[in-house]
Design a protein around this ligand. Structure first.
Ligand code: ADP
Length: 331
């Protein structure tokens, strides 16, 4: 007779006799397998194994508890589990707590801290360097000004990082409340271009805008502006010097299509599906020496959800990329 209590336990549980023959198990245990089949003679050692399984059994027989984190092989499947084995009323309880998600979370936490620390250390180091040289009383005022400006640029970079992290957590926790209003698209595109002026000017890139003046869209202006500046910033960042970036906008079938096109390094086809993931940076980023944390596009994706827009990417490695937004004209 099945023990109903087992069904309320999230860990995989299997109960055997001292001869290893399976007497009972729960649904969670069953979910560890594909093609799970147990009859009245099946022994637990026939369907799974883990290092120290024998030791676990001996401990249980002696009335002790075995509890260790080990890889468990369920047929061909391997799961990192916290395994507990003990004996009660002549039955042996084998309990498997699947640590896969917990481990992934732990790894993500470590990756996050290391990515953030790394991104903060570089500008902090540069600022420290400039501050230590401008302390020299004999320095020419023009040179001092130049170093202060460079330190300021690094401070801006830090400010942007903090802003990206805060916005992302706000969006992921669904704390952002959009405000929809009628927005003139052409004005917004020119504002985005202006906001990124320091970037395209420093790489001698020409940013062209093709947008009829009368196009309006009902949207959250702040969200759309952030999407555009992120896409434009990437287009410039991953472009070659003295090239051209184009922002096109048009109305089609009650939708607004906005594309940001560059002729830069492009993205390898197999990497495109991953570029919207948090902290993901494609292999081109190390080649171009472009700074970033892999957060911009993840922010863009969340903001697209806010304004109910779709985003599409076309890219050819070493030839360039086009990011196209499709926004419903009226939401
Ligand atoms: P990052 O801070 O690294 O730029 P993003 O989230 O904005 O992070 O982008 C993720 C990755 O996608 C980048 O690291 C880069 O490899 C790739 N990418 C994004 N936009 C472009 C583009 N216009 N051209 C080439 N690669 C791009």
């Amino acid at each position: 007779m099945k023990n109903r209590l087992l069904e309320f336990i999230h860990e995989g549980v299997v109960i055997t006799g001292e001869d290893f023959v399976i007497l009972d198990f729960n649904e969670a245990f069953k979910s560890f397998f594909s093609g799970f089949n147990v009859d009245s003679k099946t022994k637990v050692i026939e369907i799974l194994s883990f290092p120290k399984m024998e030791l676990a059994f001996i401990k249980a027989i002696k009335g002790e508890v075995f509890r260790e984190e080990v890889p468990v092989y369920f047929g061909k499947k391997r799961l990192e589990c916290l395994v507990s084995v003990f004996m009660q009323e002549e039955k042996i309880y084998w309990i498997f707590y699947d640590m896969t998600n917990f481990k992934a979370l732990q790894n993500a936490k470590v990756d996050f801290v290391s990515a953030v620390s790394h991104e903060f250390m570089t500008p902090l180091g540069v600022i420290e360097g400039f501050l230590s040289i401008i302390d020299d009383a004999n320095m020419k005022p023009s040179l001092r000004k130049k170093y202060i400006n460079r330190a300021m640029a690094q401070l801006k970079r830090l400010e942007k990082l903090v802003d990206q992290l805060l916005s992302l957590s706000e969006l992921e926790m669904k704390k952002y409340t959009p405000e929809f209003s009628r927005v003139n698209l052409s004005t917004l595109l020119f504002e985005a271009k202006e906001e990124m002026a320091y970037r395209w000017k420093s790489k001698n890139i020409e940013v062209k805008i093709n947008c009829p003046e009368e196009i309006h869209v009902k949207t959250d202006e702040n969200a759309l502006m952030r999407i555009l500046t992120n896409l434009l910033s990437n287009a410039i960042k991953y472009s070659f010097e003295s090239s051209e970036v184009t922002m096109d906008a048009q109305e089609k079938d009650r939708c607004i299509l906005i594309s940001v096109k560059d002729h830069g390094v492009g993205i390898k086809e197999e990497e495109i599906p991953r570029i919207f993931e948090r902290f993901y940076r494609a292999s081109n980023s190390s080649k171009t020496d472009a700074k970033g944390m892999g957060l911009g596009l993840s922010l863009v994706k969340h903001l697209c959800d806010v304004i109910k827009a779709e985003i599409d990417v076309k890219s050819q490695y070493m030839l360039g990329s086009t990011f196209t937004l499709k926004i419903p004209k009226d939401v």
